[in-house]
Structure formats: C-alpha cells, structure tokens
Design a protein around this ligand. Sequence first.
Ligand code: HPA
Length: 270
Amino acid sequence: MYTTINQAYEYIYAKYNKPIDIAIILGSGLGPLADEIENPIIIDYKDIPGFPISTIPGHEGKLYIGKVSGKTVCAMKGRFHYYEGHDMDVVTLPIRVFAKLGIKYLFVTNACGGIREDLNPGQITLISDHIGLFAPSPLRGPNLDEFGPRFKDMSEVYSKELRNIAYHAAKKVDVDLKEGVYCFFKGPMFETPAEIRAFRALGADMCGMSTVPEAIVARHSGMTTLGISLVTNKAAGLSTNQLDHKEVMAAADKAEIDLVKLVKEIIKEM
Ligand code: HPA
C-alpha cells in the first residue's frame, strides 16, 4: 500500500510541488466546478500510478490543480466507487495521496437520494454525519501508521467548523442549505423501498454510493472534511418515478450553478 501511495504521490508532486490548501472530490454531474479553477494543471488519471480510469458517464477522470478564490485546490473530476469493483484501498487511494501531499482540507461532494421529507431534488445539503455500517472498512488490514492510529475516533468526520463557514457562505450567496445524515449503500443498483424505509428508521436522511470510504480515510489521516450532497431524486419508494441515472445527472446540472457559487464562497471565507 505504501509503495502505491508513494508512486502516485511522487508523480503528482513532480507535476506540482507547491503547497495545496484543499482537495475537492467532484461527484456525479458536479464536474463543472473544475472549470472554475484558474490556469489549472491537468493530470489524467491514466498517467498516475495506481489510479484506475473511471468508467461512468459524468465522471471524467482528471485531476485539476490551480487557484479558486485565492486558494490552491486540487480537484478530482471523477472518483472511484466500490460498485465499480475496486477494493477500498483503490477507492480511497487519492485521499492518502492528498494527505501525503500535506493537504489539510477535503471537500467531498456527491449526488444523493433524499430520504427525509424536506430533502427534494435540487436541495444542496451538508453532511452532518454518516451511516457506513454496510461499507467494508477502508481501514481494515494493517494500519498505515504514517497516516493515523489503529483505532481512530469518528465522532466528527465532517467538520463542525467548516459547516458553520458553509452556512455563513450560503447566506451570503443566497443558497438554501440544509444538513443531514448520509447513508452509504454499496450499489450499483438503487435501493429498494424497504431498504429506504429501514434506514429512514435508523436515522438516515440521504442515501448514496460514495463519500463514506473517502471521508473515513480523510479522518484517519487527520484531514478536516466538508461533505456536500446534492439531492438529485427522492429515494426509492418515496415518489412515483422510477430511479434513473439520467434523472440524477439532469438534477445535478440544474443545481450546479448554485453549488459552484457556494463552494467558491466557502473557500473564500476559510
Ligand atoms: N440512491 C443511491 N445513490 C444515489 C441516489 C439514490 O437514490 N441518487 C443519486 N445517487
């Protein structure tokens, strides 16, 4: 694992060796945020040792490094999902590489299904906490002591301080912001209505197929994380529509202007 991390780290560091403030993972349809990066250095995943190539529409597979709102960011346009068949080591490899690059902050974004009644398509929602019981732990196996301890506290995976900054920023740019508990599902199929009812009872407000492994690894490495979900549909059984990837992408496209505005303002206020 250390060898893979080091090889990817060295490749990226050879392309860009100045400090980077924030790593950003751009979820389904949220890629346009990368277009806001000034004069980016663009690195193709296929050139980074150990990085797989994304196979899903809306996930491009490029790393963008450059300035946003006066800070240096490194944005992943395209992430690796468990449902694609990758091991959790691969899903979370970029996070460990970011930690090794000395990046202190992680913004992780995703498209999700809304479970709580007030979470409708288009709603931008901060992640306050997660339920990841059904995600295999990305920390399983020998502990990577260089990054963090064996038994890491997970009581604040998503930074309270960054959430407060996000609320302040949202007010300033007039974006409606809510927060909720994100529940990880393995995918790639959408959930069944019974699964959604079960997890609603357990305290889940949103559901999705990403984010939790990355956020756990970021926490293990001592990074400070902000999680932002975009609700693209009502979760299974909560509307009469059948769930469909095209619907997810269309909702993401619509909310993207607000999301870009919000993220830029958050970065400015950090
Ligand atoms: N379930 C899981 N993942 C998702 C959903 C959903 O309803 N919408 C967008 N990503």
